[in-house]
Ligand binder design. Structure first.
Ligand SMILES: Cc1cc2nc3c(=O)[nH]c(=O)nc-3n(C[C@H](O)[C@H](O)[C@H](O)COP(=O)(O)O)c2cc1C
Length: 330
């Protein structure tokens, strides 16, 4: 019998397991997302990985050919010099009949106004209790909250999940997905105990057979430790946690020396980061990875990973935790 954990999130979003694969630039493609869906978790195609809204429509169709199960699309709105045509990406998502969207990067007001009337559920990813409350007020269906541990953008407050998630649980009435630093059943059970209704994982899904990135990057993740990340763009108040390498360390150094964005622009170019995944050399550019890489030491299929997490979570709750109670009563 397969293990089943029912939460408000699984019920309201119609997924089997309370596990989300959050948006990942260059990685959130049909190969990974369909595998996550087939495993009974919720995968997100990453809209901006597709060069145009038309390409996103095709990627959604490609993903549908690979799975009949539900999946979502991540639309991240971050400060950029030349903003992509967000409204057209939104239209592509709506017209493709997607039913779940993960928004991230900024206040979701515009996104909620576009997606909710189309009957789309919005899972907003943010990094603080005040932003989560704002998103709830704006009408999102659930929030995903990234703690300081996370890969990508942890915000500027530096509050780890152990404090952030119960703080959010105390203040919010909508379902909460704990994100950042989660790779296994221990993280899932802990997150549920903290008051979350599920978990979101990035780095762990990056290190699976189906993630469309070079094998050497996955191997690199299995050997990297929790110490091997850098926080870049701190002085610009647009912090991002990325894999530690010669490029990210140089970015930190130049900005700490008083440099501006122009002084690091060529080092942080997205196209350069993309070559890391294509060529398999972790030193080629900036790429996101979280502290949780210290907990990752294999490259399972997505199906094996999700099965392992839910099965071990079941054992952890029934045996280890319940056993602690029994021991106390004896
Ligand atoms: C390679 C990579 C790319 C990411 N790109 C995005 C992105 O484009 N948009 C986004 O909202 N989050 C992005 N994230 C963040 C993840 O969705 C997730 O919030 C984060 O990885 C959780 O922390 P964890 O890596 O400790 O699990 C990315 C993460 C990784 C590892």
């Amino acid at each position: 019998m397969s293990s089943v954990l029912r939460t408000r999130f699984t019920e309201e979003f119609g997924v089997e397991h309370p596990i989300v694969q959050g948006g990942m630039q260059w990685v959130g493609r049909a190969e990974l997302v369909s595998a996550v869906a087939e495993a009974g978790a919720l995968g997100m195609l990453t809209a901006l990985t597709q060069p145009t809204p038309e390409d996103l429509v095709k990627e959604i169709a490609r993903c549908r050919e690979m799975t009949d199960k539900p999946f979502g699309v991540n639309l991240t709105i971050l400060p950029t010099i030349t903003p992509p045509p967000y409204a057209e990406y939104r239209q592509a998502i709506i017209e493709s009949g997607i039913t779940i969207v993960e928004t991230a990067g900024s206040n979701p007001a515009e996104q909620v106004a576009a997606f909710k009337p189309a009957g789309i559920k919005v899972l907003h990813k943010c990094t603080s209790v005040r932003h989560a409350r704002k998103a709830q007020q704006l009408g999102v269906d659930a929030v995903s909250i990234d703690g300081f541990e996370c890969a990508g953008h942890p915000g500027e407050d530096d509050i780890p999940g152990l404090v952030l998630i119960p703080r959010a649980a105390d203040e919010l009435s909508i379902p909460i997905i704990a994100s950042g630093g989660i790779a296994d059943a221990r993280g899932l059970v802990a997150a549920l105990a903290l008051g979350a209704d599920g978990v979101n994982m990035g780095t762990r899904f990056l290190c699976t057979v189906e993630a469309p990135v070079h094998e050497r990057i996955k191997k690199h993740l299995t050997t990297a430790s929790e110490l091997d990340t850098e926080l870049i763009f701190r002085p610009l108040r647009n912090t991002a946690r990325v894999a530690s390498n010669s490029v990210s360390r140089e970015v930190v150094r130049r900005l700490a020396d008083g440099g501006s964005f122009d002084d690091v622009r060529e080092l942080v170019a997205g196209a350069r980061g993309r070559t890391v995944y294509e060529q398999g050399d972790p030193e080629l550019g900036i790429w996101s990875a979280g502290m949780v890489q210290g907990l990752i030491d294999d490259i399972p299929t997505v199906g094996e990973l999700v099965h392992r997490i839910v099965t071990e979570a079941d054992e952890l709750i029934r045996s280890r935790l319940a056993g602690l109670l029994d021991a106390g009563r004896a």
